[in-house]
Structure formats: C-alpha cells, structure tokens
Design a protein around this ligand. Structure first.
Ligand code: ATP
Ligand code: MG
Length: 217
C-alpha cells in the first residue's frame, strides 16, 4: 500500500509522556497512516528547572516507542545544524517527501493558540496541514490573528486533508489526558513517582540518568 500521508508531532518531549503518545496513536489510527513520527526539537535556550540534553530527550522518545510499530522517533531536528524552527523542518520534510504527499503537523491546542509567535508561521500552510488536538485546560479561544488564520484554512473532515498536500487546519477531539511534562518534572524533583503518566522505560531512564533532580534514597 502506498503511504497516504506523513504525520508527525514535534515538541521538546522533556520528557515524553502518555499525553503525547496516546495523541500520536489516536491520530495514526484515525488518519489511517502507517505511523506517526515524534520529532524532538533542540533544547530551548534555557529552562529554570534541571533538565537534560537533546540526546537524552531523543533517547527517551526512542525508549517510549520501541514496542509500538505505529509510532517512530525521528532525530531530524536534533541531528540538523539548523535551528529547530518548524518552518525549516517542514521545508526539509517536503524535500524528503516530494510535493504531493499530504504532510500533517500535529499539535496540542496550547501550542496552536501561540502559533502566531512562531518564526515565519504564515508560511506553514504552504508546506503542511495542521491537526490541532484538544488538550485539557485549553479552550479554542484564539486571538484575532489566529481566529482569522483558522477561518481561512479550516477543514471539517480528514478527507479534506488527505485530498491535498497542505493548507488545511483541522481541530480534532481525542481522549482527554491532562498530563504535562512540567508536571512530570516537578513530581520527579519533589521525590514523587510519575509512574503511569509515562511509559515505564522512560521512568527507568530518568532514574538511571538522574534527570530532573531525581535522587534515589
Ligand atoms: P511542557 O510542560 O514542558 O511544555 P508538554 O507536556 O506541553 O511539556 P511539549 O513537548 O511541550 O509537552 O508538547 C509537544 C506537543 O504535544 C505540543 O503540541 C503539545 O500541545 C502536545 N501535548 C503535550 N501534552 C499533551 C496532552 N496531554 N494532550 C494533548 N496534546 C499534548
Ligand atoms: Mg508544552
């Protein structure tokens, strides 16, 4: 079967958790694509809490998807010498995939509402579709710029995405999981267990490398 579309989710994944993984898997099944790629970005300039390296975030994503053939870790942003700007990533994905394959960028509602602050964000629809997934705590309450952008590009069905390579925004409801990496980092720093919010191999990796201020007794 030829591939119907390429779908991916970017993020810092600091660390990856079940909110990311469940989102990616539900979109993979709903869209009917072979797999969804998780693409960790390079480290944001600074974090207040103890964090970890790009390689460690990538290793945790790899550990999280190792037993799930429908999900894949992609190191294209971390391996790249370019800054982790979505528009640059989309340009290189376009080169890899050709002009005709639908390219779908998945993001949570919180990220979408702040899209107007991203580098060259207005060019994104020329390169990809955007699938916006619901996230507990975030309503679709766009500012004027995002409301206009959404109205201009909005699609209602996945067929509208699969019919063309780029240009559409689809808002999709999925199983609500109110998990955030911020919450996981705080729990680990406080000496609490984040177990069942993320895959066990990721929790194992955090303890092994003493990430996020983890201290064994
Ligand atoms: P942090 O708290 O450090 O910001 P995070 O949990 O928001 O971490 P990110 O790596 O920032 O995770 O998010 C990557 C992408 O995943 C974003 O598009 C974000 O909206 C989405 N996302 C994260 N958590 C969830 C969730 N629980 N449900 C739906 N989407 C999510
Ligand atoms: Mg976030």
């Amino acid at each position: 079967m030829t591939q119907q579309a390429f779908a991916f989710m970017g993020g810092t994944f600091d660390p990856v958790h079940n909110g990311h993984l469940r989102t990616a898997l539900e979109i993979q099944q709903w869209l009917g694509v072979d797999r969804v790629c998780l693409i960790p970005s390079k480290m944001p300039v600074h974090r207040d809490e103890p964090g970890c390296t790009s390689e460690q975030r990538l290793a945790m994503v790899q550990a999280a998807v190792q037993d799930e053939p429908s999900l894949a870790a992609d190191d294209c942003e971390i391996a790249s010498r370019q800054p982790s700007y979505s528009v640059l990533t989309l340009q290189s994905l376009r080169q890899r995939l050709g002009d005709d394959l639908p390219l779908c960028m998945i993001m949570g509602m919180d990220a979408y509402l702040g899209l107007h602050r991203w580098h060259q964000w207005q060019q994104i629809p020329e390169l990809a579709h955007i699938i916006v997934v619901s996230r507990p705590g975030y309503q679709f309450e766009p500012n004027a710029e995002m409301a206009e952008f959404t109205a201009r590009h909005r699609a209602e069905t996945k067929d509208q995405l699969l019919d063309r390579p780029c240009g559409q925004v689809l808002i999709h409801e999925l199983t609500p999981l109110g998990i955030s990496a911020t919450q996981v980092r705080k729990q680990v720093a406080r000496g609490e267990s984040p177990r069942y919010l993320l895959p066990d191999p990721v929790w194992h990796y955090i303890r092994l490398h003493r990430l996020y201020g983890y201290q064994s007794n």
